[in-house]
Design a protein around this ligand. Structure first.
Ligand SMILES: [Zn+2]
Length: 281
């Protein structure tokens, strides 16, 4: 019997965009990548994701799979740019996009109809249409939905703003990474994250701040993150999507929230910055 071993040489997480909705000049919109032996998986594709990707030395054409957590504009506004530049730069394989219910409709509407004149003009100059349109898969259930050679991806749902919102768990060899978009996880979430080496999770504001916002109940704060991280035995927590920083202008608030988490959790807490890189291999 032959046993095939998939030994992973490189497993790297890069935070491309640590920001949220607003045009914070210090932070791009939500996006991060996992580089698994130079196979590039992108999670969310917010403002400046493609530019921040290029800053890591990786081009749009190199993204193999894109996973969207939900269809709030701040998480998806760079999708057409990623698709078109990948096409212009002659990607080798069709981009695969995964996301919640509504993703097919979004991608169909955002690529061809608004850019019809652009596409036609490039075709007249010899561009090949074959690899323009992404293949889209909608994730309708909380389950393992992708079994690739080197990794497995599972999803769970998060309560967020009344729209379908996913979190993703990536198992690579003996490593486990969990990436959320926005929202408040349910009581089964610690089990979903159990033993994760890395949890990349939104932290939109302190509970006092969130209580004052009309949309505050859509988001999670430091106390709940600490509880999840402790219960699940997470090794490293990265907090991102710091809406409170955008609104108050306080650039130290991320560190304060990290300290709050740290006071109830014994693992490591990192406040995300664009370009933050964690080597997990
Ligand atoms: Zn959202």
């Amino acid at each position: 019997m032959r046993i095939r071993l998939n030994i992973i040489m490189k497993l790297q997480f890069v935070m491309l965009g640590s920001g949220a909705v607003r045009d914070n000049p210090h932070r791009g919109g939500p996006s991060q990548i996992l580089n698994i032996d130079n196979e590039i998986l992108m999670f969310d594709c917010g403002r400046s994701a493609s530019t921040n990707l290029a800053r890591t030395g990786i081009g749009c054409e190199a993204v193999d799979r894109l996973f969207l957590t939900h269809l709030h504009f701040d998480h998806i506004v760079d999708v057409p740019y990623l698709v078109f530049v990948g096409w212009i730069k002659k990607r080798k394989n069709r981009l695969q996009i995964y996301g919640p219910n509504g993703t097919k409709d979004f991608v169909t509407k955002i690529i061809r109809p608004p850019f019809q004149q652009d596409i036609e003009s490039r075709l007249k100059h010899g561009k090949d249409i074959t690899l323009l349109d992404p293949v889209v898969y909608e994730v309708h259930q909380a389950s393992q939905f992708l079994l690739a050679n080197r990794y497995q991806i599972s999803s769970t749902f998060i309560d967020h703003a009344g729209i379908p919102t996913l979190a993703y768990r990536i198992n690579v060899g003996n490593k486990r990474i969990v990436i959320t978009g926005d929202g408040i996880p349910d009581e089964k979430f610690p089990e979903f994250c159990h033993g994760a080496d890395l949890l990349s999770i939104e932290c939109s504001g302190t509970s006092e701040f969130l209580d004052q916002q009309a949309w505050g109940s859509w988001h999670i704060g430091p106390a709940d993150i600490a509880q999840i991280a402790s219960e699940a035995g997470i090794k490293i927590v990265i907090i991102k999507h710091l809406v409170i920083e955008d609104i108050t202008g306080d650039r130290t608030i991320g560190n304060s929230m990290a300290k709050q988490i740290q006071s109830h959790y014994s693992g490591e807490v990192i406040v995300a910055e664009d370009g933050l890189t964690i080597n997990l291999s």
